[in-house]
Design a protein around this ligand. Structure first.
Ligand SMILES: O=P(O)(O)OC[C@H]1O[C@H](OP(=O)(O)OP(=O)(O)O)[C@H](O)[C@@H]1O
Ligand SMILES: O=C(O)c1cc(=O)[nH]c(=O)[nH]1
Ligand SMILES: [Mg+2]
Length: 194
């Protein structure tokens, strides 16, 4: 899929939002990809994740044995990408702020993991997720995401395969451009929620 085709799926779902958003990293942005509205439509999710699975198969020299995603945003695309690839899909979720494997999910040294994320901005959530997986003894061979908002700049420590790159400016809270400073900020994601 081209970048326009991917972004058209977000647009058609009403998921390409403009305003003043507090991102997971704490940075601020005038654009937010509300992936939950994309994932509310199974057919749309299937189109995106099928394309992501095809890209992973074409670009990775070694195929993964299992998929692991960071909750909440990664769960649905992780599941659908796993379905497309004939793999199982696990997820890590935050417990006292730290990504943890819960619910009886198990990983070990035999597992060759593909991390599937929805959106990568700074790569911080990806790195935290990868650390949690590596702590089990499993090997993370790569990460795949639907949209890389860093435009290829984020370093997640493993090869990152993005269905598309879409560079969006983000600013520290004390360096806001005037048009952002004029609007109240909202925080759509789950990091920091109790
Ligand atoms: O690359 P980063 O700077 O870490 O930003 C990207 C992360 O932000 C969002 O998650 P968020 O923590 O907002 O929670 P969510 O998954 O529940 O939406 C998104 O799902 C990614 O996980
Ligand atoms: O950086 C983020 O937190 C983020 C950006 C974005 O566009 N969408 C999202 O769900 N999270
Ligand atoms: Mg997330």
């Amino acid at each position: 899929m081209t970048r326009d085709e991917v972004l058209d799926e977000f647009r058609a779902a009403g998921a390409l939002l403009e305003g003043h958003f507090i991102l997971s990293s704490g940075l601020r942005s005038a654009v937010f990809l509300q992936k939950a509205k994309v994932f509310a439509d199974p057919a749309r999710t299937e189109r995106l994740c099928r394309a992501l699975a095809q890209k992973v198969k074409a670009e990775l020299p070694e195929q993964p044995t299992i998929i692991v995603s960071p909750a909440v945003g990664g769960i649905v695309p992780g599941y659908e990408t796993a379905r497309q690839m004939g793999l199982k899909a696990l997820y890590v979720e935050r417990e006292n702020g730290e990504f943890t494997l819960r619910r009886g999910f198990e990983l070990g040294p035999e597992d060759r993991v593909l991390v599937v994320e929805d959106i990568v901005s700074t790569g911080l959530s990806s790195r935290e997720c990868i650390e949690a997986i590596q702590a089990t003894g499993a090997t993370v061979i790569a990460e795949a995401c639907l949209v890389d908002r860093s435009g290829g700049e984020a370093d997640v420590g493993v090869p990152l395969i993005a269905l598309t790159q879409y560079k969006v400016p983000a600013y520290p809270a004390d360096q806001l451009p005037p048009e952002l400073a004029a609007i109240p900020a909202i925080k759509p994601g789950s990091r920091g929620l109790a």
